[in-house]
Design a protein around this ligand. Structure first.
Ligand code: WT7
Length: 658
């Protein structure tokens, strides 16, 4: 699948699939949701907030937009997120329902009912308080995909502490800068995790992060997961010593609807990651509503599995919060899809009877590459809704997902008569919850389109001047009205919030994505239009990687682009000008890749580093990344007439031996 083929497919794609009658008849959400939201948008959200959440104090105003673009939702309302995710289900007689089936990569398993998970969270809340963590304090979470990650997040929410989860694939330096930005008081981590059959360390990165003085961390709590040896310093305590000893009695107090729930760092167009702030009432409402409606959740019978890591927003909204708010049963898996064999995911679907699967296009494309014989060898008949998130899904991958996974009705080659609906969900760290997605019982889905705004959300595609484009036209994706789960700002930097999202178009939130309306007005996402890359659904900043590269003594200048990649969607390609000759025999490419890996994290390592004599720049000195992208993707180089030095592109081509 090349880029041009994908785009061709997108513009020529005419297939559409209506929901089956069988699915429609049992669907949780029907067209009445659109109608209700259309008739009274704020009234719709107010009703939903009261339906999906239990409020200690009811709210008096649905939306306060007087300080726009900083919103307040469900003003005056008070609630506790952990109580809503846990205690109330137990009080309602659902204590014995399974909340989490955990499967570790080595095959170890644990099951938590709602009653058991509630108890664990109460203990953790008591433990955190005993370590001096109070309402409003920040807690950095650097954990693998194990139940303690969910327990930690909910324990923070319970006491009103603000969690800041840092993906375990980020480096010690990246962890430290996030700890510092939020002045975290406690770090929760693990000795390590299991990755591709081997123990992989985490605690060492925390040690590295905290090695230099000047941080605010008072305690480091360490979960024992893989029993790798760890060094213990004065701040370190074992989770099993502190949490297991804590009382199981803990009363949740209600927090304001606008009390911050968490900070989650994401890459922007500049070098410095942004701490995206989400608050309580609105975030939980939209997460729970979309989790119920987009996935057609029937919590009594469904087994839901979202494969995202807790370190990303998908893990926050659709692993920790929404499923538990909705009283769902979910699977959590620690490891990689190919350990110990390439059928592991399908084996898990079969074993646990997973009915709703939520994953990323990059995973689907990987399974396509491995071949359909693998999933065909398992019984996937339990599946009834398939979700996609993180990047545009190309029509080939969409159709494969439907035909291979969505019609599997058993190991013997039986096929379902009605393939399971596919829901492609567009949203962002900043939006907190689904914004564009089909309702599987209503929408005629099209391979590659995220379709329509979810009920109560106002999406548009506009041109350079901010005017709505017509059907059949493309432009910039914007959000026209505030929404419940919207970010409330960037941690410690209100101005940057306004500048980043609200300055490009007047009174509209600019998402950074290009999009197209087709002839029916359905939405097709076309990727980022800014300097943000999307590698396997992970967001990376070109500028951040460039800053890292130029910080290396060998590098004079660097330009980074995201080049189309068959499996990962985009791949990081770096063009560098050297200022120092590397040491005799040194592999400079490997040196620079490893440097970025150490600086930011393995996920940011460039796939290719190309040493070039010059970089293409305009007369005003701006690097023309578009031309570098042409080179990186092996295309004919486009219009280069605005270059200050017209020979640069041929110099680059020569240096690459073309
Ligand atoms: C960016 C947000 C949303 C959770 C995972 C990523 C891209 C996300 C889709 C989709 C096309 C998508 C966008 C967006 N994106 N979902 N269904 N179709 N593009 O969250 O790291 O905040 O990244 O991911 O470019 O802006 P994130």
């Amino acid at each position: 699948m090349s880029d041009s083929k994908t785009l061709d497919n997108l513009s020529n794609e005419t297939r559409a699939f209506a929901p089956s009658k069988e699915f429609r008849d049992q669907a949780v959400a029907n067209s009445a949701s659109y109608e209700a939201a259309q008739a009274d948008r704020l009234g719709y959200w107010a009703d939903q907030a009261r339906q999906v959440l239990t409020w200690d104090t009811d709210f008096t105003e649905t939306l306060d937009w007087s300080q726009a673009p900083v919103a307040k939702w469900f003003v005056g309302g008070k609630l506790n997120a952990a109580y809503n995710a846990l205690d109330r289900h137990v009080e309602n007689g659902l204590g014995d329902r399974v909340a989490i089936y955990f499967e570790g990569e080595p095959g170890d398993t644990r099951t938590y009912t709602y009653a058991q998970l509630t108890e664990e969270v109460k203990k953790a809340a008591n433990a955190f308080e005993s370590l001096g963590v109070a309402k409003g304090d920040r807690v950095a979470v650097y954990l693998p995909m194990i139940p303690e990650a969910v327990i930690t997040m909910l324990a923070c929410a319970r006491i009103g502490a603000i969690h800041s989860v840092v993906f375990g694939g980020f480096s010690a330096d990246a962890l430290r800068s996030r700890i510092d930005d939020a002045d975290a008081k406690l770090v929760v981590t693990a000795d390590g995790t299991w990755r591709r059959g081997k123990p992989s360390a985490l605690k060492a990165a925390v040690d590295g992060a905290l090695a230099a003085p000047g941080h605010t961390v008072e305690n480091v709590l360490v979960v024992k997961r893989n029993a790798e040896p760890v060094e213990f310093g004065p701040l370190d305590k074992w989770w099993h010593d502190v949490v297991d000893a804590a009382s199981t009695e803990h009363t949740a107090v209600a927090h304001d609807s606008e009390h911050p729930l968490f900070v989650l760092y994401t890459s922007g167009t500049t070098g410095k990651p942004k701490g995206i702030v989400h608050t309580t009432g609105g975030f939980l409402t939209q997460g729970a509503v979309t989790h119920r409606d987009t996935f057609d959740l029937h919590p009594e019978t469904d087994v839901y599995w979202c494969t995202a890591d807790i370190g990303w927003i998908t893990g926050h909204s659709y692993v920790t919060y929404a499923p538990l708010i909705n009283g769902a049963t979910q699977l959590m898996y620690e490891g990689t899809p190919d350990t110990p064999h390439q059928g592991r995911w399908w084996e898990l679907v079969e074993k646990y009877g997973v009915s709703i699967l939520y994953t990323a296009p990059t995973a689907i494309r990987t399974f396509m590459k491995w071949g359909r014989e693998i999933p065909d060898g398992y019984d996937l008949s339990s599946l009834r809704v398939l979700g996609s998130v993180g990047e545009p899904i190309n029509p080939e991958a969409w159709m494969w997902y439907r035909d291979v996974i969505g019609t599997n009705n058993g190991k013997n080659g039986e096929r379902k008569e009605n393939p399971t609906p596919i829901v492609d969900t567009w949203w962002q760290t900043e939006t907190g919850a689904h914004m564009i997605a089909p309702l599987p019982g209503v929408t005629h889905t099209k391979p590659g389109s995220a379709q329509v705004a979810v009920p109560g959300i106002s999406i548009d595609v506009v041109d350079e001047a901010g005017e709505s484009v017509g059907n059949g036209e493309g432009g910039f994706l914007v959000i026209r009205e505030p929404w419940p789960s919207m970010l409330r700002g960037i941690w410690g930097d209100v101005e940057r919030y306004k500048e980043t999202y609200w300055s490009r178009f007047e009174n509209m939130y600019f998402a950074g994505d290009g999009a197209k309306k087709d002839d029916d007005g359905d939405l097709w996402l076309l990727g980022r239009v800014d300097d943000v890359m999307n590698v396997s659904g992970h967001r990376l900043s070109t500028t951040e990687i460039e800053s890292s590269l130029v910080a290396h003594p060998y590098v004079a200048e660097a330009a980074v682009v995201g080049a189309k990649d068959e499996t990962t969607g985009e791949a990081v390609v770096a063009f560098v000008i050297l200022q120092t000759e590397p040491a005799e025999g040194e592999d400079v490419v490997a040196t620079l890749r490893n440097h970025v890996g150490k600086d930011i994290g393995p996920i940011a390592k460039p796939k290719h580093v190309l040493v070039v004599p010059e970089l293409p720049k305009t007369r005003s000195g701006k690097i023309m990344r578009r031309l570098l992208k042409d080179v990186a993707e092996g295309r004919e180089v486009g219009d280069a007439t605005t270059l200050s030095d017209s020979t640069v592109m041929s110099q680059i081509a020569q240096s690459m031996g073309k």
